[in-house]
Design a protein around this ligand. Sequence first.
Ligand SMILES: Cc1cc2nc3c(=O)[nH]c(=O)nc-3n(C[C@H](O)[C@H](O)[C@H](O)COP(=O)(O)OP(=O)(O)OC[C@H]3O[C@@H](n4cnc5c(N)ncnc54)[C@H](O)[C@@H]3O)c2cc1C
Length: 387
Amino acid sequence: MTEFPFESEERRALRSAVAALGKRYGSAYMQGKGRAGEDSNELWLEAGKLGYLGVSLPEQYGGGGGGIADLVIVQEELGAAGCPLLLLVVTPAICGSIIARFGTQAQKQRFLPGFADGTERMAFGITEPDAGSNSHAITTTARRDGADWILKGRKVFISGVDNCATTMIVSRTEDARTGKLKPALFIVPREAPGFEYRAIPMELISPDRQFELYLDDVRLPADALVGDEDAGIAQVFAGLNPERIMVAALANGIARHALDKAVAYARERTVFRGPIGSHQGIAHPLAQAKIEVELARLMTQKAALLNDAGDDLGAGEAANMAKYAAAEAVTHAVDQAVQTLGGNGLTQEYGLAALINFARVTRVAPVSREMILNFVAQHTLGLPKSY
Ligand SMILES: Cc1cc2nc3c(=O)[nH]c(=O)nc-3n(C[C@H](O)[C@H](O)[C@H](O)COP(=O)(O)OP(=O)(O)OC[C@H]3O[C@@H](n4cnc5c(N)ncnc54)[C@H](O)[C@@H]3O)c2cc1C
């Protein structure tokens, strides 16, 4: 039973429709594309055509008018089918949420309809080589030059840049070079002079690659600035909660996928008397993984509902907890699934070993498990900060 008892009819219908789409692609499609160094555009565009990429975007810009809770369903069901879309976290969830809430009228009209139907993709760059988890220390800087902006800096691990016509770059304005971050967000075209991107060789089997970005005095028109220069911090936060919730959804989906495969195998495979699933050494870890995944899904729902109700603070805490729980759950579930299949757990045919590193990413990105523990220790428990 994958639906929640309190899920609306509409959301149940969305769940089964996306599951049907995912089934037509599956993990063999996704891992095949990843191994061949190809993108997964067919799935992205079909999901867009069917309205699934835009479920959380406003209706007046071609979206479904729902919330992140709807996009969670899309990501989780694609993940459960073995074909999650990493850029769902980035384009509709981060960039779409930020532009829908803070973008100018012109930016909403220019980007949101394409986000919704899949024809327009935007990457998101905040991480820097010398800042990492400490986003307050970013040094990518925007300075004014007449009506234009000049952007200079470096970013690292930015997903999907090669498939995105633009990247939303988090920078700081020149007059706020030091001290507390006063961020300003810019939409930078991939072809802008001075914008260079280089793929980072990663040990991940995925159609979506990560890139290092070099912004060497990239000249941008005034309207590249997202919304208002003074709303930067609120804009970043408007994107971070959906991002964490969507990574949790991705992890929950992959965990379900791995567990389904493991359970099916454990029911059939017999080497002594009875199927291996009758041995508690196999059954109990799978049952434990199932419980962990269901708990993570529940917290993900809570975070999505708080986010969609506009409770940013409450959603922040729940999104962190959901991302933590889901990352732990998927890491355990994939590991146990590989163990359940024995040698077959390591074959390409069964596609489970390919998920080990992919699942592991969710413990690091978009925010590491240690930084979430720091957050909960300080903000939820009121303990002193150590760093
Ligand atoms: C596959 C992938 C895709 C990504 N996609 C994007 C993207 O699209 N856009 C983007 O902007 N970024 C992206 N990232 C970057 C990601 O968000 C960062 O890797 C992550 O925030 C961690 O930063 P870091 O790698 O610099 O690690 P660091 O900050 O260097 O941390 C290293 C280790 O030290 C620990 N640590 C650091 N400080 C503390 C502390 N105070 N207390 C306890 N432990 C601490 C961390 O938890 C971690 O375990 C991606 C990363 C990956 C792997």
